[in-house]
Design a protein around this ligand. Structure first.
Ligand code: NAD
Length: 256
């Protein structure tokens, strides 16, 4: 694939899955707008080595005004967004009756509402340019539940519902909208869950093995690069009739 001249915005791309996807898209020729917290200089350098244009905007996507600022920046500096990867997400694990309401609000704001806001802001430019790809990084937790993850599972189920509606609303156009549903990927978000398991004195290797063995039959992690290659496929002509799908890439998690 060659995405020369296209601009991709990958939210939450200063680490983890988002950074991996941004690298594969840059390798395929797209200009990249990165977003996310922390020092972005390493992420920018990593993506820029592929030779395309790279920008970064630090918007906190739980704030609608900052999402609008991000899209203003994309329009001014890059002429708009052709490929939108809604990736930024957070997690909190607690039983429903002990779930901090402030964590519920934060997870719904970022993992669900921000996907709606960035989609509504990206679509007019895509319609004008008559091409676009919206790819929502949902999760296996958009299709099944797990204990302790009420807000995350609710938000990810919502993302898959939103994906179907946007897939239908763009069905007769060269714009597609799909969701990707990864199983375990070893990123800071998952490392924290392994560390929490190991905090009770369990060997970290054992904690990692137990985490995989509970859900992921392959006993191997999905990688950010696997996800990047799937994004590239969905952006390609071959992916142009994949619409409103929720595509598992999960080591067999959902086959059980
Ligand atoms: P991560 O914690 O490594 O990265 C999250 C990124 O989001 C970072 O760049 C962070 O700076 C950014 N971010 C956090 N809060 C933000 C905010 N308010 N505004 C803007 N950016 C913000 O996480 P990850 O594991 O790479 O997860 C990325 C996505 O993949 C999430 O949507 C997550 O739900 C999903 N996912 C992850 C896994 C997994 O196993 N890691 C599995 C399925 C789905």
């Amino acid at each position: 694939m060659n995405f020369n001249g296209k601009t991709a915005l990958v939210t939450g791309s200063t680490s983890g899955i988002g950074l991996g996807i941004a690298q594969v898209l840059a390798q395929a020729g797209a200009n990249l707008i990165l977003n996310g917290f922390g020092d972005a200089s390493m992420a920018i350098a990593d993506v820029a080595r592929h030779g395309t244009r790279v920008g970064h905007h630090p918007a906190d996507l739980s704030d609608v005004q900052q999402i609008e600022d991000l899209f203003g920046y994309a329009e001014r500096e890059f002429g708009g967004v052709d490929i939108l990867v809604n990736n930024a997400g957070i997690q909190h694990v607690a039983p429903v009756e002990a779930f901090p309401t402030e964590r519920w609000d934060a997870i719904i704001a970022l993992n669900l509402s921000a996907v709606f806001h960035s989609t509504r802001l990206a679509l007019p430019g895509m319609r004008q340019r008559n091409w676009g790809r919206i790819i929502n990084i949902a999760s296996v937790h958009g299709q099944v539940g797990s204990v302790g993850k009420a807000a995350y599972v609710a938000a990810k189920h919502g993302v898959i519902g939103l994906t179907k509606v946007v897939g239908l609303e763009t069905a007769t156009t060269p714009i597609t909208c799909n969701a990707i549903c990864p199983g375990w990927v070893l990123t800071p978000l998952v490392q924290k869950q392994i560390d929490d398991r190991a905090a009770g004195g369990l060997d970290p290797q054992q904690a990692q093995h137990d985490l995989l063995a509970e859900k992921q039959p392959s006993l191997a992690f999905v990688t950010p690069e696997h996800l990047g290659e799937l994004v590239v496929f969905l952006c390609s002509d071959a992916g142009s009739q994949v619409r409103g799908a929720a595509w598992n890439i999960d080591g067999g998690w959902l086959a059980q």
